[in-house]
Design a protein around this ligand. Structure first.
Ligand code: ADP
Ligand code: MG
Length: 387
């Protein structure tokens, strides 16, 4: 799907409205993780360098639409942007006042979720937003799976609509991993529940040569293979679904697992063979023999796609499986791509960012892309590009 890229558009003397994903955690009025802001800087800086009047917009949190709520204000984000870009970024309270932003300036429009019609993708709101710019730049990959007025509708009405650098990078990296992956391709799908990742597993089962499952997801596959899983998190109603997926692609079952008797940060971890889990135990991680074996297999992969930790990595004693696999991905020569909120937290915990070829900024959008869905905001850009 072809979209117009920001580098193909002349932004000099243009009014440029950039939809970024600056939905960051904020505590006591201060941004506590600026990763998403940093990922958005390149596009903002490029538009500024090209001589545009730059207006950035984003959502933050889930305020009631049509009302201002100070805890959902983008004011702390404007402060953070100013510091990172080393230029004053004013917070613009209303759409109308965007007209006050002049060439050479960078401003941030207040939370688009304060605007009535944002989530309903209202045409009137989309038109009003579009009327503020000569060029609309969609760069919010993390929100590209939602057809909202600021991500989708606006692209219908803006004189020019193109993709920003982050969105282009995401589409290209995900495209490389999924449309024409170099084989062997290994997908790691961990996390809590099969139900949230059934479509991801299904779609990967026809692309990957092997799927490594972990976490609560692995527990469902372990149970489907006929082993007892004690009090582990697993989904009884999805055993048949798990068997159907396992019939399509190679899904190894761990030979050893780490168990505990309580879901607790201070619960000791015990190694058990997969066929010896007691009724009162919970599987909370893969075991060391399994982790080493899978880490070795990863070294022969040419493409690795990772979503979801393979254990309760928030508790150090149940994080070893995730650590070993994360380090194996980082050490491998494969083209590796990772995405997902908790996956990113694990990447940072085990400090393997530098070894992974591409880390997606999207959680839901990343999963929908892997599921093979067309992201609505991207489809709209493509239709504007004549696709
Ligand atoms: P992501 O956000 O990367 O897509 P998920 O949200 O699907 O990942 O899953 C992450 C969560 O799964 C973590 O909070 C982790 O503690 C939990 N988890 C992993 N393994 C298990 C397990 N064996 N039992 C219960 N929860 C688990
Ligand atoms: Mg998560």
């Amino acid at each position: 799907m072809r979209v117009l890229g920001i580098n193909q558009v002349d932004l000099k003397n243009k009014r440029v409205l950039i939809r970024a994903d600056l939905n960051v955690p904020i505590k006591d009025g201060v941004v506590t993780s600026d990763a998403r802001i940093k990922a958005s800087l390149a596009t903002i800086q490029l538009a500024h360098d090209m001589g545009a009047a730059v207006i950035v917009m984003s959502h933050l949190g889930r305020p009631v639409e049509g009302e201002f709520e100070s805890s959902a204000s983008l004011a702390p984000v404007a402060t953070c942007l100013s510091e990172l870009l080393e230029i004053e970024v004013a917070l613009v309270p209303t759409i109308e006042r965007c007209s006050e932003v002049s060439l050479g300036q960078i401003a941030l429009l207040e939370n688009v979720r304060f605007l009535s019609g944002e989530k309903a993708n209202d045409d009137n709101l989309a038109r009003t937003l579009a009327s503020q710019c000569d060029v609309f730049v969609m760069d919010a990959f993390g929100t590209a799976h939602r057809a909202h007025a600021s991500t989708h509708g606006i692209a219908k009405f803006a004189p020019v609509a193109c993709a920003g650098l982050l969105l282009e990078a995401e589409l290209s990296a995900l495209g490389q991993a999924l449309s024409a992956p170099e084989h062997p391709m290994v997908a790691i799908v961990g996390g809590a529940k099969v139900s949230t990742k059934l479509q991801v597993l299904d779609s990967l089962s026809s692309q990957a040569d092997q799927i490594i499952v972990g976490g609560g997801i692995a527990n469902t596959f372990i149970a489907a293979a006929g082993y007892g899983v004690g009090r582990s998190l697993y989904e009884l109603d999805l055993l048949d679904a798990a068997r159907a997926i396992a019939a399509k692609v190679n899904i190894p079952i761990p030979t050893d697992v780490m168990v505990g008797q309580a879901f607790d940060a201070s619960e000791p971890a015990t190694v058990k063979a997969v066929d010896s889990v007691a009724d009162d135990e919970m599987i909370l991680d893969i075991g060391p023999v399994t982790a080493r074996a899978w880490a070795a297999q990863l070294q022969t992969a040419k493409t690795v796609l990772w979503n979801g930790p393979v254990g309760v990595f928030e508790f150090d004693q149940f994080g070893e499986g995730t650590r070993v696999l994360a380090e194996a991905i980082a050490a491998s020569d494969a083209f590796s791509i990772a995405g997902g909120g908790d996956t990113l937290a694990a990447i940072d915990k085990y400090d393997v960012r530098a070894g992974i070829s591409y880390i997606s900024t999207g959680g839901g959008a990343f999963l929908e892309f892997v599921e093979g869905k067309t992201l609505p905001a991207v489809a709209m850009l493509a239709s504007r590009a004549g696709e």
